[in-house]
Each structure stands twice: as structure tokens, then as C-alpha cells.
Design a protein around this ligand. Structure first.
Ligand SMILES: *Cc1c(COP(=O)(O)O)cnc(C)c1O
Length: 824
């Protein structure tokens, strides 16, 4: 739907500057995601760290003409003659207000879903269950925040027959805003959970906040067996109809009589408003089962026949919420988004691909299935897909399915191939020709795209380190929130990104505009450059033999001694280089590397003055024990040494020299010492160095059970017969050993891994490539997944058992372990 700029201004109550009559169709809040400038309305949002107003000149140059701002730029008539500026008090509130007014245009049913877990699953399943008969407009991925919800609701259009939106909150007061935007006619609370509990005084308080979504809804869906929820419901005076589900209370609107779990399916028998019914679900886990109750109740309420519901329930597909990056066959990189194929999530995935820097000259290829149930006529739909793909830099499209094949003439990119099915494609030359491309795989499972993905990824070791890039960004933002807005940030990605893989980590950090990346050696920096990283890079340990690499790739070395300084100056002079930035390290107490903060300073300043090859960009030092209060007095001493010496250096130069000393622990513990810049390491990867607690977990090391065997009491397991079994046991072999970085000292029950969520101790000595674990008390099968550390088992459990620090465990995961990157 489009709005005239005049109408947008009126809806938001904005003051308009500029008189160009334009139409607005797209909303943009992140300048990097720009696609169709002419029809875009940019909201200059402000956060603690960033200010959208900064991007106005760039966006104007790229063709954007409509801006919502808090401050109108100066000299608009001269600098932005064709632009409209809509001035508001708060751009964020204006965005919410516009979405709210847009929502007012619709009288269709709208489902609003909140709860700690399951929001996305319920939303996606409702889509799967309803969309064969209705056009469902829903939040893309999990856009459920104060910004995500308005962007989702904006997607409602005249084809929409029902809206399904998620509402996620982390603090008091947030739900009211989301409720006003979504205005759900059907409001759902999936469950209460414990997430974000720190921001609420009690579970009741959190429940009350979530239930604000129910105010003014016609129908309210929740779990009547949850005592907190029913208690809070009892104190509220909602007007809507109660559509609670219960396994205990036969008077509940959706009463679950029985659930029977089979090998792969669950059978649910229910009574909905007095009518008995049943369905089978192709899942057996509890979360899926409970979420199916919610979906069933809503579908029945919306008038879906019980037998149709049962047919569709039986065909429900798992909700893949991750957008994964994997190494593919023949030099390809595979971005796999098996999330439902619709145009909104396609847009997000294309944006992700486009924003990742990459090798020059690698083809960007989109493999796309038919897009189903969009409600848009095929000609228009695929013309839109084609335009999107083009704008996002796609050079080759492989369309799979009868609808996209029929619409081939609307797809206009350099190279396009069409196939009726995945099988046809696999047999084709186009399939065998794929090489050295970045491939975005975007298609519904029903087209066999999971099989295709399997064929395209490089086959490696079954043990993988899964790296959650969303969590990484959450950690980054957590630390940024502890810093003053203007303090700069270095992200430490030495040791291959603390084991997570420096290249992908760097791509994500660059996209989030960190000021500096720091690697250990020049070669690591060169690898980043080859992979398209343009951020500033510091090299912490520049080897004397690699200066040329530094100069060639703009890698800024740390300088810690006169010997290194002299050699660098000589090398730079030889190359005719001037003003190459370096970072001066002072040794304030670590006694590892660095200039002496008293004895060396005069000579250092004199030498730097006496040349023009290098220029000091920053001066820094490193705390010995910022993670431990016991060292606070020593940290004070270190800081005072640093403060004095670094001021001396600064005073000897006219240009600004950045001073920095805080690491992850310091950012938190010594906020007054953040100075010009901080260096974030371990915290970025989700471990609070002071408490050892997990922030947002980034790395999960997983493997699978290779083989199960029964072993009698008295037998031994593994090399050297180190462990004799005390009882008849079930022993599982898993394909991970000390050569993968699973420390041998974890064996003989010193530690455990998790099998289906339960602890399984390592039995006997860990071998080079395989370990054995005791699963006697765990229901499991060959092929089941095993978590070595990660989401459910903190890496600190392993480091504690080894009497070491988490850094060592993380950086010890060997290269042969495949890294898989994903976004939630
Ligand atoms: C590794 C490193 C950091 C980061 O330390 P964390 O404890 O991981 O935050 C900071 N500064 C220097 C000089 C480092 O070598």
C-alpha cells in the first residue's frame, strides 16, 4: 500500500518541510538495507550509540527523498532541494504512530502473540495451518520489538485476510505500545518462562505486563493450567472471550483429554467447546505439543473444520528460524534460509547476503522455490522478486517450481535457469556448474530444499561449532550500553575470533560498525582483508618478517619495544610510507610486552618526533586482573601509571591520540576508566569474565552419537583400561577427541556432555578422534545430538573441570571442526 507524503505527515502529526509530492511504500530504519529509494520513507532513529540523522546525506545521494527527523538539517533548500523532511519529537514514536494508523485501516482478524518461548513457532504454524485458505500477513522472522512490530504491521496490505504478529518485551511499559500497534482481535500468551526476569520485580509483574496485550482483544488464548497466569487473569477485567487451554479442567474452552506420544508423532485428543476432536502432530517434543494446542484453538475459533485442521496438523513442518552460513562444495558459500519462502523473509535474507562483504568477483546466486500463498498475482509477485534480487546484487537466479517457471519472463537478471523440481535441477548442468559462488538457498521444505542443502554443503566431520551471530550482536550491544556513546570500541578477534572463526565474526562486527578489530598476527589481518573486511584493524603481535603485509593491507601494528619501533620505521621509510598509524603499548604491570611507563617515555617521544613514517594513533595498556576484586589495588596502580604516561605522550603531539586500557572485565568494573576506547574480548563471545556467567551464548560445540553398546559391569572402556564399569552400562561413542580440542583431562568422569538435555559423563580416556560417554540413564538413539558445551552447558563447566579459563577451551577447538554460522 502506498501513502502520499502529505497523508503520512498528517497521520504522524509531523511538521513538514519541503514540498515535493511523493508516495511512500517502504519504511527504512537501517540505512544499509536501502532497496527502493524513490518510494522509501527513512526514519532517523536514535539510540545510545547511533544516530540515523548521520545517514541523511548518504541516503539523499542514493535517491531517498523522504525523511522523518527530530532535527531538520540546515540549509535544506540548498542541500536537499527535492527532499521532504517530516519533523517530529521522537522518530521512534512517530514510526509506532504511523504503524498504528496503518493498522486502523484494517478490519480483518489480527492475532497478537506474546510469551517467553514459542512465539515464532505459533506464528509460523498458524501461517502453515491457515494459509491454504487465507492470505496471512505475519511478522518476518522474529520481528517483535518496539521497532520490529511497527515494521511488521506496516506489511499489512489490501490482500491481507488475517494478520499474525509477535510481541516481545523485555521491560515494563513496552507492551502497551505494542498492543496499540497490533490491536489484536485474538491475543495469545504462549507461556511465561523466565527470560528477562531481571527487569521485573516478580513473575506476577511480568505476567501482568504481558497480559496487557489482552486488553480490548475479542478473544484471549492462554494456558489455564499455569497458576500465575490464571491468578493474574482473575484480577484483570478483560472484556474478551476466554479461549484457554487446559489438560486438567474439562470446562476450559480447549480441553486436552489426552496426548499420546509415539516414536515420531503425537496424537492429541481434545474437546473444543463441547465437540470432541483429535489430530496427529509430526513431532514429539513438549514445546511443539503445547504450541499445537494454541494453534488448534485459534484455528477452530476461526472456523476451520476439525477434519481440515487434522489434515493440516499432520503436515506441519518444523520452523527453521535460523539463517545459516556454511561452507559449500566447490568453493561456494551457502547461505541457507529454509525459513518459509515469502517475499518479506526473502528480502531480509537478500539483505543479509548483500551486506556480507565477500571475495571480489564471486557470483551471487539465488536459488528460489515458488512463493506460495502471497495473495499477489504471479506476474506482479515475480516482477517484485526480480527487482528485489537485482537491487540486492543477485546476478543469477535458479527458480524451482512450476509457478516460478511459468513466470520466468518476469525475472530479469543476468543469468536465470528454471526447473520444475529439485530433482530436475539436481540432474541438470546448472547444478554441476555451481562453483565459487555465494548461494542463497531460499525455499520451502515441501520443495525438497533440505535435500538440496545437504547436497550443496561441504561434507565434513560431524562435529560442528555452531556460532550464533545474533547472540554476538546482543553481547556487543550489551557492552555498548555500558559505555558512553562516544567511547570507541575495539573488538578482539585474535586466535581466530576466540575460536569462533575470525572472518565471519569480523563481517558481522563490521556490519555493526565497530571502530576497530584486533587480530594477533599480520596474516590473520590479511585474511580478513581478502574477505572484504574494510574496518580498521590492529595487529597485536606484528612479526618482524611481516611488515610488508601490514603496509600492503593497511593493518595497524601494536608497537611495544624500541627494537620493533626502529625496524618498523626503517621498513616504512624503505617503502616511502609516511604517517602509518601505530598503537603504542605500555607495560604497567603485566610485564609481558610494552614500553616502560616512566623510563622509556622521553626517548619514545623523541624518536617518534624524529621521523614521519609512523604516527601514534593510540596508546594503551592491559589490566592484569580487572576480573577479580582482589586485584583492585593493583589495577589502581596500573591505571595511575598508564594515566600519567599516556598523558605525557598525548601532550607531546598535536593530533588526538586515543587512550585505552579497559578490557571486557574493565568496561564493567572500571567504567570511569573507559577513556577514548575499550577493548572487548571474551564478553563478546558471551562470557562475563568477572562472574563466569553466560551473557548470550555464542558458541555451541555439538556432535552426534555414532554407536551405542551395552557393556557389562566389570568391563573397562577405552585405552589403558583406566575405567572399570561398576554397573551394566549403555556406552555411546561420539566423534570428537582431543585432536578436536576436547581436552583429554575431561575423561574418566571429570566432566560430562549433554545428551537430550541430560548429563552424560566421559567414560575412560578420551581418544584422539572419539570419546565414550555413559548414557545408561538417558533415553537416546544412535544419531542423537550431543552438546559438548554451549547453550545448555556453559563452557565454564569444562574450564572449571580443567582448572583453566574459558579462553583456553574456546581457542582450543581445532580447525577441522566445521564452523556453522547462523542468525536467529
Ligand atoms: C585479549 C586482549 C583483550 C581482551 O581481553 P578480554 O579479557 O577477552 O576482554 C584486551 N586487550 C588486549 C591487549 C588483549 O590482548
Amino acid at each position: 500500500m502506498t501513502y502520499s507524503i502529505e497523508r503520512v505527515a498528517t497521520l504522524m502529526g509531523a511538521h513538514r518541510f519541503g514540498g515535493c509530492e511523493t508516495e511512500v511504500r517502504f519504511i527504512l530504519t537501517d540505512s544499509r538495507s536501502l532497496c527502493f529509494p524513490e518510494e522509501t520513507l527513512f526514519f532517523a532513529l536514535r539510540s545510545a550509540r547511533n544516530d540515523g540523522h548521520r545517514y541523511i546525506p548518504e541516503l539523499y545521494a542514493r535517491g531517498v527523498r523522504n525523511f522523518v527527523v527530530e532535527r531538520v538539517p540546515e540549509e535544506t533548500a540548498e542541500r536537499y532541494p527535492e527532499a521532504n523532511f517530516l519533523q517530529v519529537l521522537s522518530t521512534r514514536k512517530a514510526l509506532q504512530r504511523l504503524a498504528e494508523r496503518h493498522r486502523d485501516e484494517f478490519t480483518i482478524p489480527v492475532v497478537g502473540i506474546t510469551g517467553s518461548n514459542g512465539k515464532t513457532m505459533v506464528k509460523e504454524w498458524l501461517y502453515q495451518l491457515l494459509s491454504p485458505g487465507m492470505v496471512v500477513t505475519r511478522s518476518p522472522r522474529s520481528y517483535n520489538s518496539q521497532i520490529g512490530v511497527p515494521l511488521s504491521v506496516w506489511l499489512l496490505n489490501r490482500h491481507s485476510e488475517i494478520g499474525v504478529f509477535e510481541a516481545g518485551i523485555s521491560q515494563k511499559g513496552e507492551m502497551r505500545t505494542l498492543r496499540d500497534i497490533i490491536q489484536p482481535t485474538i491475543a495469545v500468551l504462549t507461556n511465561l518462562g523466565t527470560a528477562h526476569q531481571e527487569n521485573f520485580a516478580s513473575q506476577e509483574e511480568k505476567c501482568r505486563e504481558k497480559l496487557r496485550l489482552f486488553k480490548d482483544a475479542d478473544v484471549m488464548v492462554y494456558n489455564a493450567d499455569d497458576e500465575t497466569v490464571t491468578a493474574v487473569m482473575g484480577e484483570q477485567h478483560f472484556k474478551g472471550e476466554t479461549l484457554a487451554w487446559s489438560r486438567k479442567d474439562p470446562s476450559a474452552a480447549f480441553f486436552i483429554e489426552q496426548t499420546e506420544k509415539g516414536e515420531t508423532r503425537t496424537r492429541v485428543s481434545y474437546i473444543y467447546k463441547g465437540e470432541a476432536g483429535s489430530y496427529e502432530l509430526p513431532f514429539i517434543d513438549e514445546a511443539s505439543t503445547v504450541n499445537s494446542f494454541v494453534c488448534a484453538a485459534i484455528c477452530l475459533h476461526l472456523g476451520l473444520e476439525a477434519d481440515v485442521l487434522a489434515q493440516r496438523m499432520a503436515r506441519l513442518e518444523p520452523v527453521a528460524m535460523r539463517l545459516e552460513v556454511k561452507e559449500g562444495q566447490k568453493g561456494c558459500t551457502l547461505i541457507n534460509d529454509s525459513y518459509n519462502s515469502d517475499i518479506n523473509s526473502l528480502d531480509i535474507a537478500l539483505d543479509f547476503m548483500n551486506r556480507r562483504p565477500d571475495h571480489q568477483g564471486r557470483l551471487r546466486t539465488l536459488i528460489l522455490s515458488d512463493i506460495q500463498q502471497s495473495g499477489i498475482p504471479a506476474a506482479r509477485l515475480y516482477t517484485e522478486v526480480s527487482a528485489l534480487a537485482q537491487k540486492r546484487g543477485v546476478e543469477k537466479i535458479i527458480g524451482i517450481g512450476t509457478a516460478i517457471t511459468a513466470a520466468r519472463k518476469h525475472i530479469d537478471v543476468k543469468e536465470a535457469h528454471f526447473f520444475r523440481s529439485v530433482d530436475d535441477f539436481i540432474r541438470s548442468e546448472a547444478f554441476h556448474d555451481l562453483h565459487d559462488e555465494v548461494i542463497l538457498l531460499k525455499g520451502a521444505r515441501s520443495f525438497g530444499f533440505d535435500r538440496l542443502a545437504e547436497l550443496l554443503v561441504r561434507k565434513v566431520h560431524e562435529t560442528t561449532l555452531e556460532v550464533n551471530l545474533t547472540a554476538l550482536v546482543d553481547n556487543l550491544n550489551h557492552y555498548r550500553s555500558l559505555m558512553k556513546p562516544r567511547t570507541k570500541l575495539v573488538c578482539m578477534i585474535k586466535a581466530d575470533g576466540y575460536g569462533a572463526g575470525a572472518v565471519e565474526i569480523a563481517k558481522t562486527l563490521q556490519d555493526h560498525r565497530v571502530d576497530y578489530l584486533a587480530v594477533a598476527v599480520a596474516d590473520e589481518g590479511a585474511t580478513l582483508r581478502r574477505n572484504g573486511i574494510t574496518s580498521n584493524i590492529i595487529v597485536m603481535n606484528p612479526e618482524m618478517t611481516a611488515f610488508k603485509t601490514l603496509f600492503d593491507h593497511d593493518l595497524e601494528p601494536e608497537v611495544y619495544s624500541f627494537r620493533l619501533l626502529e625496524a618498523l620505521i626503517r621498513a616504512a621509510e624503505r617503502e616511502g610510507i609516511t604517517g602509518f598509524p601505530v598503537h603504542i603499548k605500555l607495560d604497567t604491570g603485566m610485564h609481558r610486552l610494552g614500553f616502560h611507563p616512566e623510563d622509556d617515555i622521553d626517548r619514545l617521544i623523541a624518536r617518534l618526533h624524529n621521523q614521519n613514517a609512523l604516527i601514534p594513533r593510540s596508546v594503551f595498556s592491559h589490566f592484569v586482573g580487572a576480573d577479580d576484586d582482589a586485584f583492585d589495588a593493583f589495577s589502581d596502580l596500573q591505571f595511575s601509571r598508564f594515566d600519567r604516561a599516556s598523558r605525557l605522550i598525548q601532550s607531546a603531539f598535536e593530533h588526538r591520540i586515543l587512550r585505552h586500557i579497559d578490557n571486557s572485565a574493565g568496561i564493567e568494573h572500571f567504567p570511569q576508566r573507559q577513556l577514548d576506547m575499550c577493548r572487548l574480548g571474551l564478553g563478546l563471545y558471551g562470557i562475563d569474565p568477572r562472574t563466569g556467567k553466560t551473557l548470550h551464548n555464542v558458541c555451541t560445540l555439538r556432535t552426534t552419537i555414532l554407536q551405542l553398546r551395552r557393556v557389562k559391569a566389570g568391563e573397562t572402556v577405552g585405552y589403558s583400561r583406566r575405567e572399570r564399569l561398576e554397573r551394566d552400562s549403555l556406552i555411546a561413542a561420539i566423534p570428537i577427541g582431543y585432536a578436536d580440542g576436547l581436552n583429554r583431562h575431561l575423561g574418566n568422569r571429570r566432566c560430562h556432555c549433554l545428551v537430550n538435555g541430560l548429563p552424560a559423563p566421559y567414560v575412560g580416556n578420551i581418544c584422539m578422534d572419539v570419546a565414550m560417554i555413559d548414557v545408561t540413564d538417558i533415553a537416546c538413539r544412535e544419531g542423537d545430538r550431543v552438546e559438548i558445551f554451549g547453550d545448555a552447558l556453559p563452557v565454564t563447566t569444562l574450564s572449571a573441570a580443567l582448572d583453566t579459563i574459558p579462553y583456553e577451551v574456546l581457542t582450543g577447538i581445532s580447525n577441522r571442526v566445521n564452523r556453522v554460522y547462523f542468525q536467529d
